[in-house]
Design a protein around this ligand. Sequence first.
Ligand SMILES: Cc1ncc(COP(=O)(O)O)c(C=O)c1O
Length: 419
Amino acid sequence: MDKRTFIKGLASFLGITFLPIPIFAMDKEKNYSVPKEKLYLEFWDKIRNDYQLNPDFINLEGGYYCMLPQPILENYLENIRKVNYLHTFYKRKLMANDKAKIIQKLSDYLQCSADEIIITRNTTESIDTILSGIDWKAGDEILYGKQEYPAMIAMIQQLAKRYKIKPVEVNIPFQPQSDDEIINLYKSRININTKLILVSHIINITGHVLPIKKICQMAHEHNVEVIVDGAHAIGHLDFKITHLECDYYASSLHKWLSVPLGAGLLYVKSKHVSKIWPLLGDNEYPNHDIRKLNHTGTQPFAVQLTIPFAIDYLNQMGIQNKENRLKSLKKHWYQKLWNLKNPNLVFYSPVEENRSCAIGTIGIKNMNATDLADKLLNDYKIWTVGIDFAGINGVRVTPNVYNTLDEMEMLYHAITKLI
Ligand SMILES: Cc1ncc(COP(=O)(O)O)c(C=O)c1O
């Protein structure tokens, strides 16, 4: 029995514990008297085996960009060979058709229209395309969280110098009591000049999942548009872009969707496309065509060609299954440390299950973030990243589907020793 058949069998059998995945076929050879918990663990072991993991450390730094599982890596290598072999014939004769198919596949996955998305190189390019393409007037205001990604804050500051717009910052609480607390925070800073809210779907330094749909609904009541920084969300959370009701959405597909480095996404609600200036000049497409925003020169075709395979790989795992697994990995160390009620621990990520997923950030009082990350690596062989920014002084821990509950247990014990 090959690995894929085995995983398919497991997934369809696991029922409530593990959501059924329609494309998986029941495997008749399997002994189904095995307890569900065991099958659940075996399923994730099989996924883990798809990765070539470095035995020198436990990798809990999956938040920067993804490690490709071997099947996706192989597909990527095939695509590199194909593009190299066909050379310019590929670009001149085949690429446009392939690109249309890739866009269609992505838009089906995200449940938006194919003419509302383009493939960029990353979130930074996607967000800056919109920020620099809006017709700003002096005095316009842009509202954003203190914990937004630094490159976006830098772009806002540049716009402020260039167009005399006003940046307005809100400080997002680490442990909000309710969605309303967050909505009201943004609402309290809106005025007649507010033009745009920039908000992360998942805050990168805390893993905080924000109530995007409610923020968008509130903003629209005040005629304010919303651009969502979803760098971490596609392939991490189970959601569809259009359900969020946002105006613009940006993501890096090389993070949680497991696409090779150099793939991002920009969604623009169709009614907004005409008013956005392209960052780089374009004479190829009419003003209402989103492709005018994608004129960034020769692109990494092999990376883009790997997107459909990465979507298929994720669909076989099931995004809801993946989200649940990531949540349980986080809970396994974070909730347990939270329950200790130790005054020397500082919790920067929400503990509430619906306000976070894989990422958890934690600090130890009187210990510098970099020192804590170094101690975890040198003394316990656990690879994380120290964050000392926007009021955070701790390590960001980001497990992915290749991590095990045992590894999270080891992290838990390491931190209890270090307190
Ligand atoms: C919230 C957020 N936005 C944007 C980015 C930038 O992503 P990229 O470097 O792929 O553009 C990151 C990267 O980690 C991020 O976490």
